[in-house]
Design a protein around this ligand. Structure first.
Ligand code: PMP
Length: 362
């Protein structure tokens, strides 16, 4: 590092993001099941919208995202003025930290929470406070016990990543009611659309002044490559986020794709149904090979092995078969592998390879 040029304290303690790999040296037919992407891809309507948007690439994009916010409002029955759009839901989560937290503040997250939460906290100089889960499920009592007068946020993913578990409406309401009034409850709903009948916390957002929800186009909408996410919350919080975001933060093709995707509700439903079907098939096939998992509500399964060595050996075997899954030791789950639910052939291929491995290690 150049003499005298120093980053903010704590920045160099943050590890670089691992896990985006999509290639394995020497293997051509690679199956990537490590980033919870939609195996069916985006809807045709979204792809067509990108082609149409390509005629306007010399223009700056919309700065107020009005068309996308209206589409979201119509489909989900929310107030368009309180919809906030950003570069993936990760960007919404980060902007919340930038807008509300700083040195001396605390941000609560759970033991196996999304790996970026502590980074969002550290990047603004706040302290990540990690609370235990109960058998890989969010523990509301542990969170409430950890709240102090310095707690700016509680970040909860529901469903959780990489656990795939979730807590119900009554527990969420108990959490929202129990946190201090100056603390913001952030309900990260990256996987919410996979859960039939779940409102992603919308009723809590509508009835409280300190609850925000975040959503993404990267998962069920199959638009991870476009980088679009959104948040919904009380007007004063949305106003803060709009002041600190980039004025042209979303590209024209990204806005067009997301708008078309959100309106194509039949396709979203098809993706939800397919995912549920193959998720159950995969979990059952893994269990039959001696690899249990918690009941997942998302588009991945957290496969449990006897210990870290076995999980790593299975991962190595899968790689030799051209399959990339996610090691989750960094999430406090060294004995687990997170496997994205692919399409039928992907599920059959990964289940077969895990079965081969278990047969070989019996
Ligand atoms: N929250 C959770 C729980 C996630 O798993 C992810 C992506 N893996 C994100 C947020 C961020 O996703 P994106 O920025 O693509 O919307």
């Amino acid at each position: 590092m150049a003499d005298g040029i120093q980053p903010q304290p704590g920045i160099m303690d943050i590890a670089l993001y691992q896990g985006g790999a999509s290639q394995i040296d020497g293997i051509s037919n690679v199956l990537k099941l490590s980033s919870n992407e939609n195996p069916l891809g985006p809807s045709d309507a979204a792809k067509d919208a990108v082609v149409r948007a390509s005629h306007d690439l010399h223009r700056y994009p919309s700065t107020d995202h009005a068309a996308l916010r209206s589409a979201i409002a119509e489909v989900w029955g929310v107030d368009p003025a309180r919809v906030f759009c950003a570069v993936g839901s990760g960007d919404v989560l980060k902007l919340l930290a930038e807008g509300y937290a700083g040195p001396g503040d605390e941000i609560i997250m759970t033991e196996h929470g999304f790996s970026m939460y502590p980074i969002y906290a550290r990047s603004v100089g706040a302290t990540p406070v990690v609370v235990p889960e109960r058998e890989r499920v969010t523990d509301v009592d542990a969170i409430l016990a950890a709240c102090t007068d310095k707690t700016k946020f509680v970040y909860i993913a529901n469903p959780g990543n990489p656990t795939g578990t979730m807590i119900g409406a009554a527990e969420l309401a108990r959490l929202a009611d129990g946190i201090p009034p100056q603390t913001i409850l952030v309900l990260d709903g990256a996987y919410a659309e996979y859960v039939e009948g779940y409102d992603a916390g919308l009723s809590l957002v509508e009835s409280r002044r300190n609850v925000v929800m975040t959503r993404t186009f990267s998962k069920i909408f199959g638009l991870g490559g476009m980088r679009v996410g959104w948040g919904y919350g009380p007007q004063p919080i949305i106003d803060v986020l709009n002041r600190i975001r980039g004025p042209f933060n979303l590209s024209t093709p990204a806005l067009a794709a997301a708008e078309a995707a959100v309106r194509d509700t039949a396709y979203t439903e098809k993706c939800r149904v397919e995912n549920a079907k193959w998720r159950e098939w995969l979990a059952t096939a893994l269990a039959e090979s001696g690899v249990p998992s918690d009941t997942s509500t998302a588009n991945f399964v957290l496969a449990r092995f006897s210990d870290q060595a076995e999980a790593q050996a299975c991962d190595a075997h899968l790689r030799s078969e051209g399959i990339i899954v996610r090691q989750v030791a960094g999430y406090g789950l060294p004995h687990c592998l997170r496997i994205t639910v692919g399409d039928e052939s992907a599920c059959r291929r990964v289940a077969h390879a895990v079965g081969q491995f278990k047969g070989a290690t019996k």
